[in-house]
Design a protein around this ligand. Structure first.
Ligand SMILES: Nc1ncnc2c1ncn2[C@@H]1O[C@H](COP(=O)(O)OP(=O)(O)O)[C@@H](O)[C@H]1O
Ligand SMILES: [Mg+2]
Length: 264
């Protein structure tokens, strides 16, 4: 079991034309175990991407620390793989070539790379697509290749920034189930960002709500709907549960807490 810890994180951005900086994240404490599926939800601009970038090691916090298993990170690492919404696959490589690419960087031999790429593609349900060119793949398939590539380096945590945001509703719904399956099978901790309350509730073992200005955690709620989905309950059944509706209402109120005042 691994733990990704964000400890007392704060982040300031310099403001253009202003000597003072602006606080974007404040006092973030979040500990994610590698058997958890943590979903961070919040309005646009609440600091979700900033938080993920800090966890990935792409940026450094103004205050606080990011640790993996008690050791402070000093940048991106193979223990944390990142998937973005419009993940850029290399168009000059095949699907298998894309998945094998991180392994090449690690110095894995060609035969072994090919074997592992096929294995990973099978894991994401693309058994026979290894030889396909990127432009031959649908949006959902591309995202699967991106996730297989992220898994290739054997990360302990998958960090996903709105990975399904660009997909149509039906594909998105299929991909949600797919993400849960991958998470169960790969035993990789997940930190997923979304602004869809339904998606948060269907996937998470814990939902974290981020309130804006400055971005801070205002709720940390354990949920079990993902488990029900994995056990074969349909999305429709789950969404009709009273517990689901209540939590949906609660999250809506939390996320949009101060908007009504503005509208009124
Ligand atoms: N590199 C940056 N420099 C300055 N301000 C930024 C930068 N990145 C994001 N911001 C600002 O920080 C706030 C949080 O942004 P972001 O983390 O992207 O939020 P979210 O992903 O929740 O929409 C926003 O107000 C955004 O304009
Ligand atoms: Mg964002």
């Amino acid at each position: 079991m691994s733990i990704l810890s964000l400890q007392s994180l704060s982040l300031d951005y310099a403001e253009k034309g202003n000597r003072q900086s602006r606080r974007v994240l404040d006092g973030i404490n979040l500990h994610i175990a590698s058997d958890e599926f943590v979903v961070v939800i919040g309005r646009s601009g609440s600091g979700k991407t900033s938080l993920l970038n800090l966890a990935a090691g792409f940026t450094q916090p103004t205050e606080g620390r990011v640790l993996v298993d008690g050791k402070e990170i000093d940048g991106p690492g193979v223990d944390r793989a990142v998937v973005f919404q419009d993940d850029a696959l290399y168009p000059w490589l095949t699907a298998a070539g894309n998945v094998a690419f991180p392994l090449k960087l690690q110095g894995v031999t060609k035969g072994e790379r090919q074997r592992r790429a096929e294995e990973l593609l099978a894991k994401v349900g693309l058994d026979n697509a290894g030889g396909k060119n990127i432009w031959e793949l649908s949006g959902g398939m591309r995202q699967r290749v991106g996730i297989a590539r992220a898994l290739a380096s054997g990360p302990r945590f998958l960090l996903l920034d709105e990975p399904l945001g660009a997909l149509d509703a039906l594909t998105r719904s299929r991909m949600q189930k797919f993400l849960l399956d991958v998470w169960t099978e790969s035993r990789t901790g997940a930190l997923l960002i979304t602004h869809s309350i339904d998606e948060a509730l269907l996937l998470a073992t814990r939902v974290i709500v981020l309130a804006p200005d400055p971005g801070r955690i205002v709720a940390d709620i354990r949920t079990e709907f993902g488990k029900a989905l994995l056990e074969g309950k349909s999305v429709k059944e789950i969404k009709s549960l009273t517990a689901f509706k209540n939590l949906h209402d609660e999250l809506t109120a939390l996320i949009h807490a101060d908007e009504e005042e503005i509208a009124a």
